[in-house]
Ligand binder design. Structure first.
Ligand SMILES: [Zn+2]
Length: 255
């Protein structure tokens, strides 16, 4: 605990849009939205009506997640998100984290293929044509859709997954934190200059390759540090991943 507190002093606590966008309430119950893409997700988030308290906790607490709201079936496993007996979507409690939504153990290293299949399964379960006509379920499905998409994007990106898993440990990451390592800063500066001077896509790809290798290398370092619960080291890895991620995006923009 002391260790976490010590680490936290280095962190600037703020809510990250990528990880907390839906920790507020969607209370526009007159409409039901099904979100199937990032742009829809963005539109959805812009149209959220915030009530200041969590919609999910109210509805989920009332039902206590103890049995299916539709058929009263008792869940076989926690968290209870979908009833296999009557195929009803259950209310989503915000204490359910992104890993749980995808039935994953809370580990940094995950198999992408597995996640994609589970994402598709969720999309099928939440598809408007399959969701029952009861307004209550349509409401639950809308909530799930937003969170399932957000969770997918967070978990499939190594950097946002790293930030998210640290957040679950109570550590907020300041993505704007700068690293005072002349060697790294010089390397990043030179890479950026090379990107600016690159004449064609061949030249850009030559710059991209080592940047991507560095991203993978620091992601592996994060995995090791996190597994050993060395949170200071985990943060260092995240800041390096952030640098390379930004350069990677700059190159991709030009390609
Ligand atoms: Zn049921």
């Amino acid at each position: 605990m002391l260790y976490i507190n010590r680490v936290s002093r280095h962190c600037f606590c703020r809510i990250l849009p990528s990880t907390s966008r839906f920790e507020t309430c969607y209370s526009n119950t007159s409409q039901t939205h099904f979100l199937n893409s990032s742009s829809q997700l963005q539109n959805f988030s812009q149209n959220l009506i915030f009530s200041g308290k969590t919609f999910c906790s109210e509805s989920a607490d009332k039902l206590n997640n103890s049995s299916c709201w539709n058929c009263n079936a008792v869940p076989k496993a926690a968290p209870f998100l979908f009833c296999d007996s009557c195929q009803s979507v259950q209310p989503l409690h915000l204490s359910v984290d992104y890993f749980q939504i995808y039935g994953l153990d809370k580990n940094y290293e995950i198999g992408d293929e597995n996640l994609e299949r589970k994402y598709k399964d969720w999309q099928k379960k939440l598809h408007p044509d399959l969701v029952h006509s009861k307004s209550q379920e349509r409401e639950y499905a809308a909530e799930h859709s937003a969170r399932v998409i957000e969770a997918y994007h967070t978990l499939t990106n190594p950097l946002s997954r790293a930030i998210y898993i640290l957040k679950l440990e109570g550590i907020e990451v300041n993505e704007e934190e700068t690293v005072s390592e002349p060697e790294l800063l010089t390397e990043i500066m030179e890479t950026r200059e090379a990107v600016e001077d690159a004449a064609d896509s061949k030249a850009l790809n030559e710059i991209l390759s080592p940047v991507q290798e560095k991203k993978i290398q620091w992601s592996k370092s994060f995995a090791n540090a996190f597994r050993s619960r060395k949170f200071d080291e985990s943060l260092t890895c995240i800041w390096r991943m952030t640098y390379y991620d930004r350069v990677n995006k700059e190159i991709m923009k030009k390609l």
